[in-house]
Design a protein around this ligand. Structure first.
Ligand code: FRU
Length: 511
């Protein structure tokens, strides 16, 4: 090639390449556009959720070397609005002795830990489980204890504390510390789990380094599988002018539960019936959810989970990443009869990503199927309908070529259900093929059912009746299957309100 041609060829091909690169960035099949996912490799639990100096930090269980679980380290991203994320380098990598398991992060405003090196410096302190395998040829023979690390530069670099561990029971399974500041007694409180005993343990500390045992909670509620990832937080009672109650959340494989009651700095008392099982999410794909530390007192708590399920997570057909987080959700409480229940809403900032023309209909009568004039796999839906005239009714998404994902109400059981049996690739793992339907009976049967749905490529979140029930599920549809259909079987349904907001990708233009 003559030099001048080579020059133009080089320029042209670089431009063409960067065009391709730009337009395909975060545009792989199934890549969520509103939900956080790492650029590549494996993630599971969210970790160390903390707000500091205008940034929401999201640390997360991360394998820097591959797309299945292993080499667990803390990945890191930051956001100003909890929707658009900027990826940062790995924050706390595994070392030759320890994998870095789940945990939390606090803002040590008074330098109680003594980690500050200059007056006025505020350490961020991460409290996590070290997972120690003394003999690498025998990974099932491990130990877990609690370690800390600190950052003096807004979470960008981390030092592991030389005096680790800060809490060690000499146990095999003892993990997932969640630490928060308990102002009335000017102390730090840590929750951890003894997974097989179904116990959440409480510890207290003045300096994050020495911890004393305060109390144990459990077994209560669902004890059918191991407990992991506990959290305790104050949640405002909706419309009660500042009244708050304490909510204890824990994961038990492969779902979650919550308890509502009081906390006196020492122990938690469940005020709901002790055998009652309430879930923050009734779908298949929400696990290990925890809440943000250090958000302003007048703001509602924000919960983030891993939008996946251990039963089939290693096999989901995504790449080059595997795993994503749920949308961050704000929490409040309400009492129905004698029971306190959580209300969840996607964070308000989601509304800023509505783009293009809003579509809307009122009083649409449907008997059978009614196709709406819209094609999308990235949109927000709001439906209000009276379900009393039909056996089942609702909406089908990702419709095309005989495939669809159903979100419906079944009158006979007063239940909301989601059915992904026809949604696309369901055969990549037997546990996924076996978990094709999720359902929940509504606490109060109301005249109208209100569904707020976020459909984001391979994740669907459904908020029912102002978030008193939420279901999160993954689906792996063909990209071409993007029609939207309302349905009403065994009778007539009036959809009093149908609204659809197309969403724009949160990956653009930040990346
Ligand atoms: C929950 C969990 C935690 C543990 C982490 C390891 O999903 O099993 O208990 O700290 O994942 O990656």
């Amino acid at each position: 090639m003559r030099p001048i041609f080579f020059f133009f060829f080089a320029i042209f091909s670089t431009c063409a390449f960067s065009q391709v690169k730009k337009s395909s960035y975060y545009r792989e099949p199934f890549r969520p556009q509103m939900h956080f996912s790492p650029a590549k490799n494996w993630t599971n639990d969210p970790n160390g959720l903390v707000y500091y100096k205008g940034e929401y930090h999201l640390f997360y269980q991360y394998n820097p070397y591959g797309d299945t679980w292993g080499h667990m380290s803390w990945g890191h991203a930051v956001s100003k609005d909890l929707i658009q994320w900027k990826h940062l380098p790995v924050a706390i990598p595994e070392d030759s002795h320890n994998m870095i398991f789940s945990g939390s992060c606090v803002v040590d405003k008074n330098n109680s830990s003594g980690f500050a090196e200059k007056p006025g410096q505020v350490p961020l302190v991460a409290i996590y489980t070290a997972h120690i395998i003394p003999d690498k040829s025998n990974p099932d023979d491990y130990q877990q204890n609690q370690h800390i690390a600190y950052s003096l530069d807004n979470g960008r670099s981390w030092q592991k504390y030389a005096g680790n561990p800060v809490l060690d029971l000499g146990k095999k399974d003892f993990r997932d510390p969640k630490v928060f500041w308990y102002a009335p007694q000017q102390k730090w409180v840590m929750l951890t789990v003894l997974p097989h005993e179904h116990i959440v343990q409480f510890y207290g500390s003045k300096n994050l380094k020495q911890w004393e045992h305060l109390s144990d909670f459990g077994p209560q509620g669902d004890t059918s599988a191991i407990w992991e990832c506990p959290d305790l937080l104050q949640v405002p009672v909706a419309g009660a002018g500042g009244e708050k109650k304490w909510v204890l959340i824990n994961s038990q494989q492969t779902t979650m539960q919550y308890f509502v009651g009081s906390f006196n700095g020492q122990s938690f008392m469940n005020e709901n019936p002790h055998d009652l099982i309430l879930r923050p999410d009734y779908g298949a794909d929400n696990y290990a959810a925890i809440t943000y530390n250090n958000i302003a007192d007048n703001q509602p708590p924000v919960l983030v989970g891993w939008a996946n399920n251990w039963q089939y997570a290693p096999a989901i057909p995504t790449g080059p990443w595997r795993g994503a987080m749920t949308l961050p959700r704000t929490l409040s409480l309400k009492k129905t009869g004698d029971t306190w229940i959580l209300l969840e809403q996607p964070v308000d900032a989601l509304k800023n990503y509505r783009s293009g023309k809003t579509l809307g209909w009122t009083n649409l009568a449907v008997n059978g199927e009614h196709k709406l004039p819209v094609h999308t796999q990235l949109a927000e839906f709001d439906l209000l309908f009276d379900p009393s005239g039909a056996d089942s009714c609702g909406i089908k998404l990702a419709v095309g070529n005989g495939h669809y994902f159903t979100i419906g109400y079944k009158k006979q059981f007063h239940e909301i259900y989601i059915d992904r049996s026809q949604s696309g690739n369901t055969s990549f793992h037997p546990a996924f093929s076996a978990w094709l339907r999720s359902s929940v009976k509504l606490q109060e049967v109301q005249k109208a059912v209100h569904l707020h749905i976020i459909f984001d490529k391979s994740i669907i979140e459904v908020y029912v009746n102002d978030g008193e029930v939420v279901l999160t599920e993954q689906l792996f549809p063909d990209q071409k299957n993007d029609a939207v259909v309302l349905f009403s079987n065994g009778g007539n349904t009036i959809f009093e309100q149908v609204k659809i907001w197309p969403l724009k990708s949160a990956w653009w233009p930040a990346h």
